[in-house]
Unconditional design. Structure first.
Length: 192
């Protein structure tokens, strides 16, 4: 049995504390530190309100039974589970081009999860595919939010150049996604 120094949540706090120590060692003081705290609070508030909104939306979806209606519709169409998975992944890929990954997952999972459960799809396998697809969408044009993060960090590099640099990663991610769809055991092999 493996032992770890701390849980992932504790690891995040250790990482944040180490980052604070590094910033202080590099000379961050007073106004810069206060500005960082303000940005962190603003971002945390946005995430918090997004989660509250998504929780409210999830409640209304649950009460209105929309996901069950969609499941019944899919059963009526006689679609195989793999076709349903591919359709949902295509939706996530397109949404990933325009939306933040956390917002997209928090908003869509209350609708999608009952569908995959009803179709008999392994939720762990589907979750891995979903995360890979969402992150792939964040690297692809026309919006590719991760590309704009790189652009903000390297303003002297053109967007076209960044998209060219990202292209091999998109291709490798597509190959990896295709392998995980074709051979589901690859995604859960080390969980056994």
């Amino acid at each position: 049995m493996k032992t770890t120094a701390f849980t992932p949540t504790e690891g995040a706090s250790v990482g944040a504390f180490a980052t604070l120590l590094y910033a202080l060692a590099k000379g961050m003081r007073g106004a810069q530190l206060w500005h960082s705290v303000q940005e962190t609070l603003a971002l945390s508030a946005v995430v918090f309100f997004m989660l509250v909104g998504a929780e409210t939306l999830g409640y209304f979806i649950s009460v209105s039974r929309i996901s069950f209606s969609i499941t019944d519709l899919l059963y009526g169409m006689d679609l195989t589970p793999i076709v349903v998975v591919l359709c949902i992944l295509a939706l996530y890929f397109v949404l990933g081009m325009f939306m933040d990954s956390i917002a997209m997952l928090v908003i869509t999972v209350p609708v999608v999860y009952p569908i995959i459960q009803a179709m008999g799809i392994d939720p762990v396998w589907f979750g891995i595919l979903t995360v890979l697809t969402v992150e792939l969408g964040l690297m692809t044009p026309p919006v590719g939010m991760n590309v704009f993060v790189i652009k903000a960090m390297a303003p002297h590099v053109g967007l076209g150049e960044i998209f060219k640099g990202v292209a091999p990663f998109v291709v490798s991610d597509l190959i990896r996604l295709a392998l995980l769809i074709a051979f589901p055991i690859l995604s859960t092999l080390f969980l056994l």
